[in-house]
Every structure is written in C-alpha cells, then in structure tokens.
Design a protein around this ligand. Structure first.
Ligand code: GLU
Length: 286
C-alpha cells in the first residue's frame, strides 16, 4: 500500500478571556494556512474558570467563522480534560520530579530581593522561582499547594535524551537545541498545577497537542521560551515533539503587542465598522 507524506495538523488555541483581536486573527489564519493541505483544529483553552466566559467562547466561534475559517468538530475544551491532565501530573510525580509549593508571588519577590540573590531574573512565567519549597515532599502536599517541576531533577532524569525541536520558518526549518543550564537559570521550576485550576497552561497544552495529534504548533514568538518547557515535558511524558512555528506578533502603533483588553483592535469592532475579512487580512499583512 502506498503511503503518502503525513498531512500536517495545526491548531489555534485561544482562551475565552476576552474578544479576539487582530493578533488572534493573524495566529488563526497562519495556523489554518499551514494546514492546507491537512487539518486545522480549534481548541478552547478554558482551564482558568475564573477568567473564562461563555460569551467570549461564543464570540471566538463567530469571529473565526466570519474570517472564513472552518475547523474540525467537536472542538476540544480544556475544561473537560481534567482526567488526562491528572494522569500526566501523577506520572511526573511518580518519577519523583515534582514538589508542592505554597509560595505566593509576594513570597517569591521577597525571597528574590535578599541582597545575596542579585538581580532577579524573569522567565516565561515571570520571576524565576528561587526554590524555597524544593525540599518539600509530595506526601506533604495540601489543597492550597501548587505543584512544581524540579527542573534540575527533570534534566538529570532526561540525561542522554536529545532535547531539541524543529522550528519551521519562512525559509528553512532549523533545529533548536535546548540548553540545560539555560533551562535551570532562565526557566526554572515551572508550575505544573495551580491549586485553583488543578493543572497549568504548560501541562495542559502538551497533553492536548499530543492527544490531538498536532504535527505543527503555530504560535506567537512571545511563546518561544514556553516551547522549551513543552519539549522537556514531552520528553518526560514520552509524547511526540511536534514542529514549531513562532510567528511575529501584531503590534499597535506604539509597537506594543496587542492584549485581550485592547478592545480597540477586536476583530468584531472592525466587522461592526463595515470592514470585510479581506480588509482585516490586509491590516495584518496577509
Ligand atoms: N492559549 C494560549 C494563548 O491564548 C496559546 C496556546 C499555545 O499556542 O500554546 O495565548
């Protein structure tokens, strides 16, 4: 039987915490274009119930359809995937790579402001965690604790496993190798589960990209550092590592990247003002 090349499968994975803006239009249209021929999926990243709203989810479907996009149904919603995230978390715990943490942001800031700590470094999730709770055992974990990955321990566990991913770009794909020292100092012990949510962005994304058979993750360049974390988690969980494409961000006139609260650039505002989907494509340079 003849086997053709594997079709690409991409996804757009917004959180329903606000209206989609021009940056989302760019991300969604880029992911959909990369899946031609292939499959384009939509995933609703709604793990943070306190910030997500059903009306924003409804607006996502409406705005994407207006842009002319179509996607596979049913749509995966992360709020329905808790069991899969728990299984992955428990696996990482059973490998001895996690610890409970009860530090608040204020505690972390205070620990890092001690004179011997030098200038605090920030990583993809904010300040690099100083490791205050690292010696705590999982048996000591309570409901108010977050669960962190001990990055140094995880990298020791992965000793000998090649840590890299392929980044596709406008010209040639290139290999991005991960640097262990950089992961420890500039990423650190990331949170795998927040007490209020029961999982985290990093863990849920990795579990779902694998479950949905995503072959290419298309995301903004602001998530480049997060991709490194995801490759570590994929290796620990023995999941396939997709290829990644980090696209440029759409910025406002002052050069600032658009935020969800920036309703002035919401897709539906352009629609309401009489723009067509083609006008929106021109505005974002597609
Ligand atoms: N849900 C994330 C966001 O809205 C993006 C998901 C991803 O590409 O990993 O920024």
């Amino acid at each position: 039987m003849a086997c053709g090349p594997k079709l690409r499968r991409t996804r757009f994975a917004p959180s329903p915490t606000g209206l989609l803006h021009l940056g989302h239009a760019y991300a969604a249209l880029t992911a959909a274009a990369r899946a031609d021929p292939g499959e384009f999926l939509l995933r609703i990243e709604d793990i943070d119930a306190a910030r997500c709203r059903p009306e924003f989810e409804a607006a996502i479907y409406e705005d994407l359809a207006w842009l002319g996009l179509d996607w596979q149904r049913p749509v995966l919603r992360q709020s329905e995937r808790r069991e899969a995230y728990d299984t992955a978390l428990n696996h990482l715990i059973s490998l001895g790579l996690c610890y409970p943490c009860r530090c608040s942001r204020g505690d972390i800031r205070a620990a890092l402001s001690a004179p011997q700590e030098g200038v605090p470094l920030t990583g993809p999730d904010g300040l690099i965690y100083p490791g205050t709770c690292r010696e705590r055992a999982m048996s000591d974990a309570g409901p108010a604790d977050a669960i962190r990955l001990d990055m140094a321990e995880a990298l020791r566990f992965l000793d000998g496993v090649p840590l890299w991913f392929t980044e596709t770009g406008p010209v040639h794909p290139r290999v991005q190798a991960l640097n262990n020292d950089q992961l420890i100092t500039h990423v650190g012990d990331v949170i795998l589960s927040r007490p209020s949510i029961g999982t985290s962005y990093h863990l849920a994304v990795v579990v779902d990209d694998a479950a949905q058979g995503i072959t290419e993750v298309t995301r903004g360049e602001d998530l480049f550092e997060a991709t490194r974390i995801h490759v570590v988690l994929q290796r620990l969980l023995e999941l396939p590592v997709p290829t990644y494409r980090h696209h440029t961000l759409i910025r406002d006139d002052a050069g600032k990247r658009l935020a969800k609260r920036d309703d002035a650039r919401a897709i539906r505002r352009y629609r309401d003002e009489g723009d067509t989907p083609a006008d929106v494509r021109i505005k974002i340079g597609l």
